[in-house]
Design a protein around this ligand. Structure first.
Ligand code: NAG
Ligand code: NAG
Ligand code: NAG
Ligand code: NAG
Ligand code: NAG
Ligand code: NAG
Ligand code: NAG
Ligand code: NAG
Ligand code: NAG
Ligand code: NAG
Ligand code: NAG
Ligand code: NAG
Ligand code: CA
Length: 577
């Protein structure tokens, strides 16, 4: 019925008699490119256009969108920045004319990449949206092009990655879409963004830098507060070095398993999922794991999704040591400087200790330091400006050095990668919506990072309102959901019964286009005992709690739990948003 209504609305200008084959041609795409001057500073390159129709394409087993079959027109073309002899390569997938629903979806990348290639484009096409991605003008992978030489930053690539690459892809894409489908000025083109990790950070960059361009943004587990976030990958290694103990992977894995076992029931449902890591933090004593026996088979890949066994570990067994627990406890505390002041946040109990992975030395039979590569590359390349992808040692790297690295990255990249501008008034006033989510057992970007940004925005934007009133006001346009048991932008093999929010774009469309506020977030069990079943996720600051022996689901307000997510970054003199 909705389809018919939409078509009727458009029929004043188009009957959409055209088929995919009719419109998916190079000449038609060339004719639809944004005109000269339509997007300030950019000129399209018509000679670069490619267009090809694809039929009966399908996706299955994805976490960010459901299974679907669809046709699309695959288009690529390039543009250049006026006054700079560069080339930026764009890719758009356009739904068949009869399936187009006046929507555009921008997508982002991961790690140091601005794009996930075409991986996320189906998530738009299946909802009648033109979906786009960009190489940012630097080939897509920032780290490899970041230095033009030792000491010389490639600022164009940096700023493209930071925000303008995706911003331009969206502005060009919107103009192109309107032309391609012959939309009139009366037809609204609903514009969305979806991405996770770096793609989540990029989503926040669009909220902050392009507040008028989007109707809805879905930043998943965002890598914001970049200066802290990237250096934080080294914190676990610095803990090991400081305490002088390098735990075998198997020992840390045992501690994680014991944590899950002990904290599972605190949420009221015994399902192997720790939906309340805050109650775990308040009630579980890691020291109780000392003496538990562990045993792991030899592995070149552990195969259980914990991020361990990347290198070949021999079979190992033993008992959890006081030293191992001390390392785990210190990691979970988060970085504090030598005066005990907080400098950053850590992962929640039940998250795997991926950053802490050690390397087995077969010559000595000992486990040794294995510098977490994302963190190491950040220090060498982005802080020391040396063209290498690894840090060779952590000699003399103390908690204070790590804190100083965090502050240096924050200051140097404050306006481009930090991505924590907390006044989102312009976006809110333009009617934009934000649906953000974060795995509660994320081992790569601390879950508390998303909570802290929510709190920064709340306190900056609603200083005159009390807590509950400001949460209510914010809920009209910005909502945060934690995903029980989930890992980093992914489900979690060791908490396989947890749900995952797979239909976020559908939920966002309903919110933006139909005014349906997602009181709870729609999710699905993608594996485990209840595979295929629906689940709902609570909106922060409400927390999940099952009653009636795990049969009744509630979202409750629990002050002591909420307080565990409240951080005071007193190691810095400037507020850390
Ligand atoms: C478009 O840009 C990409 C990336 O720079 C380049 O590889 C390609 O050759 C360009 N296409 C044309 C036709 O210029
Ligand atoms: C797509 O699949 C449908 C149903 O299986 C089939 O009828 C149709 O011919 C296919 N189209 C193309 C272009 O392959
Ligand atoms: C960049 O600096 C590193 C560290 O000083 C040095 O090893 C490397 O040779 C330098 N590279 C070039 C191309 O000068
Ligand atoms: C847009 O209009 C042009 C010119 O009338 C036509 O050739 C084309 O098929 C139309 N496109 C769509 C998607 O209907
Ligand atoms: C941890 O639990 C997983 C199953 O969830 C199991 O495969 C693995 O062997 C356990 N590891 C240890 C060290 O107990
Ligand atoms: C755990 O054990 C360590 C070392 O004995 C001790 O310092 C720490 O206070 C204990 N933690 C708790 C919560 O008892
Ligand atoms: C524990 O490891 C030792 C050698 O390191 C081995 O002899 C023993 O069989 C292992 N025990 C178990 C239960 O795996
Ligand atoms: C470290 O970086 C250098 C420079 O890029 C490279 O030659 C070397 O292979 C890297 N080492 C490792 C262990 O990746
Ligand atoms: C580490 O610090 C010690 C003491 O200040 C100094 O002697 C040594 O040279 C430093 N090592 C490195 C690799 O910087
Ligand atoms: C909610 O998720 C269920 C599967 O769990 C799905 O069938 C339904 O379409 C989703 N609702 C929305 C609004 O996407
Ligand atoms: C609670 O639920 C579990 C799992 O469904 C079941 O095994 C157990 O018997 C129930 N306990 C009570 C008291 O009903
Ligand atoms: C967080 O803690 C600080 C310091 O204890 C307190 O002033 C503030 O009110 C707390 N914030 C919230 C939202 O509870
Ligand atoms: Ca549970």
């Amino acid at each position: 019925m909705r389809r018919a209504a939409l078509t009727a609305g458009l029929s004043a200008t188009t009957a959409y008699a055209a088929s995919l084959a009719d419109v998916c041609t190079t000449s038609n795409v060339k004719a639809a490119l944004p005109a000269s001057g339509a997007i300030q500073g950019l000129t399209m390159i018509p000679s670069s256009v490619t267009a090809s129709p694809v039929y009966n394409a399908s996706s299955s087993g994805e976490v960010f969108f459901p299974d679907a079959t669809y046709d699309y027109c695959g288009v690529t073309f390039n543009y250049t920045h006026n006054g700079r002899d560069d080339t930026v390569a764009l890719t758009y997938w356009l739904p068949a004319p009869e399936s187009f629903e006046n929507r555009f979806l921008a997508t982002g990348g991961m790690a140091y990449m601005i794009s996930a290639g075409s991986a996320y484009l189906p998530g738009g096409v299946m909802y009648g949206a033109v979906a786009g991605t960009t190489d940012g003008g630097f080939g897509g992978s920032l780290d490899t092009v970041f230095l033009l030489a030792n000491g010389t930053i490639n600022y164009e690539a940096l700023y493209s990655m930071g925000y303008h690459g995706i911003g331009e892809m969206t502005m060009v894409g919107k103009e192109f879409t309107k032309n391609f489908y012959n939309m009139t000025d009366d037809n609204k083109l609903y514009t969305y963004y979806q991405g996770c990790s770096e793609g989540g950070r990029a989503g926040w960059s669009q909220v902050q830098k392009y507040p008028q361009v989007y109707d809805g943004i879905i930043p998943g587990a965002p890598a914001i507060r970049y200066g802290q976030q990237q250096a934080n990958h080294l914190y676990s290694n610095v803990v090991e070095q400081t305490l002088g103990y390098y735990p075998p992977s198997c020992e840390l894995e045992r501690i994680v398993n014991a944590t899950i076992d002990a904290c599972d029931s605190l949420d009221g449902k015994v399902d192997g999922v720790v939906a309340r890591t805050d109650l775990c933090m308040l009630n579980f004593d890691l020291n109780s794991t000392i003496g538990l026996s562990y045993s792991c088979a030899a592995s070149s890949s552990s195969g259980i999704g914990l991020g361990f066994g990347k290198r070949s570990d021999p079979a190992s067994n033993g008992t959890v040591s006081a030293e191992g627990v001390a390392v785990a406890s210190e990691i979970l505390k988060g970085l504090h400087d030598s005066q005990g002041r907080r400098a950053y946040i850590s992962y929640q109990p039940s998250a795997s200790f991926s950053d802490a992975a050690t390397e087995y030395n077969s010559a000595t039979g000992e486990y040794e330091l294995d510098i977490a590569s994302t963190g190491g590359e950040w220090i060498v390349r982005f802080l020391e400006l040396i063209d290498a992808d690894n840090l060779s040692s952590l000699t003399n790297v103390t908690y204070d050095v790590l804190r100083d690295w965090m502050e240096l990255g924050w200051k140097r990249y404050e306006d481009v990668l930090q991505t924590t501008w907390p006044d989102l008034s312009e976006f809110e006033q333009a009617g934009g919506k934000i649906l953000t989510f974060h795995g509660e057992s994320d081992p790569s970007i601390p879950t508390g990072s998303s909570v802290h940004f929510y709190e920064s925005v709340r306190s900056i934007m609603y200083p005159e309102l009390g807590y509950n009133a400001s949460v209510d006001a914010m809920g009209d346009w910005y909502r945060l959901y934690m995903v029980p048991g989930a890992a980093h932008c992914a489900t979690n093999d060791v908490q396989a019964n947890g749900p995952f929010p797979q239909t976020n774009l559908a939920v966002m469309i309903d919110w933006v286009e139909n005014g349906v506020t997602p009181t709870t977030l729609n999710a699905t069990h993608l594996a485990g005992e209840w595979e295929g079943d629906n689940a709902q996720l609570c909106a922060w600051p409400l927390r999940p709690l099952w009653t009636e022996n795990g049969t009744q689901f509630n979202c409750v307000y629990d002050q002591p739990s909420i307080d565990t997510w409240n951080y005071t970054f007193d190691s810095y003199k400037v507020p850390l948003y």
